[in-house]
Design a protein around this ligand. Sequence first.
Ligand SMILES: Nc1nc2c([nH]c(=O)n2[C@H]2C[C@H](O)[C@@H](COP(=O)(O)OP(=O)(O)OP(=O)(O)O)O2)c(=O)[nH]1
Length: 131
Amino acid sequence: MLVIPTVIVGTAIVRDGLLLAQQRAFPADTAGKWELPGGRVESGESDVDAVIRECAEELGVDVIVGERVGPDVPLSGTKLLRVFAATLRHAGSEPRAVEHSAVRWIAGGELADVEWLPADRVLLPSLAALL
Ligand SMILES: Nc1nc2c([nH]c(=O)n2[C@H]2C[C@H](O)[C@@H](COP(=O)(O)OP(=O)(O)OP(=O)(O)O)O2)c(=O)[nH]1
């Protein structure tokens, strides 16, 4: 049987050699953990459009989407995490935590010390290469 995966896009926003991460507020089992901005690609939506929509909803910023980053990472069920590089369209715009507990800019040397969701940890070498 053909199983169509549910794609979760993640966004690696880089500015001045730093990577943006956000801290989950819910559900309880992942609250407090850090992830990349993003979410489920909706029906009829492209991956790139989903990245742009999620960054607007979650951070209040407009992004320019770049290349894929690293491999697709399997999540629970039929979900997979697919990450894209991005930059802020407007230099003066500052991402803010709309649905999350916090946002932070992370330097390459700090990447391994952050409490990432497990799937994101798989991508750390690919993310480090962006910084
Ligand atoms: N956004 C995002 N989700 C991630 C990352 N790593 C990771 O394992 N996930 C998981 C957590 C969730 O199970 C799922 C995405 O859920 P979500 O809550 O962010 O997205 P969503 O609102 O579109 O999803 P949903 O409520 O429709 O299920 O992917 C990541 O870096 N970014």
